[in-house]
Design a binder for this molecule. Structure first.
Ligand SMILES: Cc1cc2nc3c(=O)[nH]c(=O)nc-3n(C[C@H](O)[C@H](O)[C@H](O)COP(=O)(O)O)c2cc1C
Length: 173
């Protein structure tokens, strides 16, 4: 199979990590992949917060019920959207779509370089957004979409086969 397609099919959420560190170069590769995503009218309303500080990772894990694995991850990336920089401005939702595309790029890039990662939701859960804002000092016009704990996968997590021919429609619904 084509290498890029194989990488897409092999991506899986990874929630347990070895004690190995993630290098600055690897983290840079991941955010570069994020920034290569498409965005509406090429507005690129994203920012990326790279967290390697153990105490911050612990605080995030304690505050976020479905991101407990962050406490044992060597690093995490928070993908945020800027309401002022997005297409449509203010109340529009393009930031969410654009930042989701950037997130998937990061997850695929992690798979490609032998790392494991998992999208853990912040937005649209108000309490999680507030907690992340407080811990990381994120201003009001910036919305944290998710927290992506990442590291070298522990064990051998497997990708799921999700192909459903019944969900494909030809020409008309
Ligand atoms: C919008 C979104 C929110 C998610 N939130 C969480 C989360 O808070 N915690 C978590 O462990 N996984 C979370 N996930 C990961 C999903 O559980 C995972 O993608 C799904 O079970 C499919 O498994 P796979 O990623 O291995 O293919 C989230 C995924 C998405 C797309």
């Amino acid at each position: 199979m084509n290498e890029a397609l194989k990488n897409i099919m092999e991506r899986k959420s990874v929630r347990t990590f070895t004690a190995d560190a993630v290098s600055e170069e690897q983290l840079a590769q991941l955010v570069k992949a994020g920034m290569a995503a498409p965005s509406a009218v090429d507005t690129r309303p994203w920012d990326f917060i790279i967290v390697t500080d153990k105490s911050l990772l612990k605080q995030l894990a304690e505050a976020l019920p479905y991101a407990k694995m962050a406490a044992k991850a060597p690093a995490a990336i928070i993908v945020t959207g800027d309401l002022r920089r997005q297409y449509g401005g203010g109340e529009a939702l393009y930031w969410l779509i654009d930042c989701s595309a950037a997130t998937e790029n990061i997850l695929l890039a992690a798979e490609a370089i032998g790392l494991g990662a998992v999208w853990t939701a912040l937005f649209p859960e108000a309490d999680r957004v507030i907690a992340a804002r407080k811990i990381l000092g994120i201003p009001e016009h910036i919305v944290p979409l998710n927290l992506i704990p990442l590291g070298v996968p522990a064990g051998e997590p497997r990708a799921k086969d999700k192909y459903e021919p019944g969900q494909v429609h030809k020409n008309r619904w």
